[in-house]
Design a protein around this ligand. Structure first.
Ligand code: MF3
Ligand code: CO
Length: 253
C-alpha cells in the first residue's frame, strides 16, 4: 500500500531531509586521503543528533553504523570502521535521518583526491541518471517511467544498473511501498500521485550488474570487482513538481 503524504507530513519530511543534506555536506568536507570511514560515520551522527534527529540506519535489522560508507567495488551497505581512504578511491555515503516520525534518505558518491577518468565519469553518470529519472517525477507518469529513464541513461553511457537492490517509498517507515527499480520497461506500475514519497537511488557499475553480499551480511560488492557508484534523494511528488527533501541549495549546478 502506497501511503500518500499530506501537506503537513511533507513539511515534516522536508525537515528530516534537510538534516540528511546537512550531514552529507559535513561528511563531504571531511573526505580526504587518510581519513577512516568510522570518522565519517561519527561526523554524520553528530550532525543528525545536533539537529534533534536520530540516524535511521543504526540498529535497522542490527545494522551497526549511522551511515553506509562503500568504497570502490563496494556498491552499498559498507560498514564504517577502520577502513582508511586513499587517494584515487571513490566512496559512496548513504545517510538517513528520522525526526518527528518521518525519515529522509540520501546517498552521494565522492572522489578521494584525484581519481581516474573512468571513476569520475561513473560518479557523474550515476548522479545524472537520477536526474533523468527525476524528469518523470510528475503527476500522470507511471513509476517505471522513472526506472526506465535511469536505466536508459546509465546503459547509453556504457555502465550497468544493479538489479538486486532498488529504491523505495519512504515516510513513517524508511522502506515503504512501492519498490522503485532502476531498470525496466516504461509505462508500468502505479501512476504517480501528489503526496507520494520515493527514495530514488540508482546503483551503477562500471562492469556487469551482478553483485555479491559479503560474509558480514551487509556489504554488497560488484561480482566482477569493478567500481560502483550510488546516488539517492528522497523525492515527493506534488502538483507543483517534485520536492527533493534531501537536496541542498548548495548542490544546485
Ligand atoms: N539507503 C539505504 C536503503 O535505502 C539504507 C539502508 S542501510 C541499512 O535501504 F543499514 F539501514 F539497512
Ligand atoms: Co534508500
Amino acid at each position: 500500500m502506497i501511503v500518500i503524504k499530506t501537506k503537513k507530513e511533507i513539511e515534516l519530511m522536508q525537515e528530516s531531509g534537510r538534516i540528511v543534506a546537512l550531514a552529507h555536506e559535513e561528511v563531504k568536507k571531511a573526505i580526504k586521503p587518510g581519513v577512516t570511514t568510522g570518522e565519517l560515520d561519527a561526523i554524520a551522527e553528530a550532525v543528525i543528533k545536533e539537529n534533534g534527529a536520530v540516524p535511521s540506519f543504526k540498529g535497522y535489522h542490527g545494522y551497526p553504523g549511522s551511515i553506509c560508507a562503500s568504497v570502490n567495488d563496494q556498491v552499498i551497505h559498507g560498514i564504517p570502521g577502520e577502513t582508511i581512504l586513499r587517494e584515487g578511491d571513490i566512496i559512496s555515503i548513504d545517510i538517513g535521518a528520522f525526526k518527528n516520525g518521518y525519515h529522509g534518505d540520501a546517498a552521494r558518491t565522492h572522489p578521494v583526491g584525484k581519481v581516474s577518468d573512468e571513476a569520475s565519469k561513473l560518479i557523474k553518470i550515476t548522479e545524472e541518471s537520477f536526474f533523468e529519472g527525476l524528469k518523470f517525477c510528475q503527476i500522470g507518469y507511471r513509476l517505471s517511467d522513472i526506472s526506465n529513464a535511469i536505466q536508459t541513461y546509465a546503459e547509453e553511457n556504457g555502465f550497468s544498473v544493479v538489479r538486486d537492490f532498488v529504491g523505495h517509498g519512504i515516510g513513517r517507515q524508511m522502506h515503504e511501498d512501492p519498490p522503485v527499480p532502476n531498470y525496466g520497461a516504461a509505462g508500468r506500475g502505479p501512476r504517480l500521485e501528489s503526496g507520494m514519497a520515493l527514495a530514488i537511488e540508482p546503483m551503477i557499475n562500471v562492469g556487469g550488474f551482478k553483485v555479491v553480499v559479503l560474509d558480514d551480511e551487509w556489504t554488497v560488492i560488484t561480482k566482477d570487482g569493478t567500481l560502483s557508484a550510488h546516488y539517492e534523494n528522497t523525492v515527493i511528488i506534488t502538483e507543483d513538481g517534485p520536492i527533493m527533501t534531501t537536496y541542498s541549495d548548495s548542490e544546485v549546478k
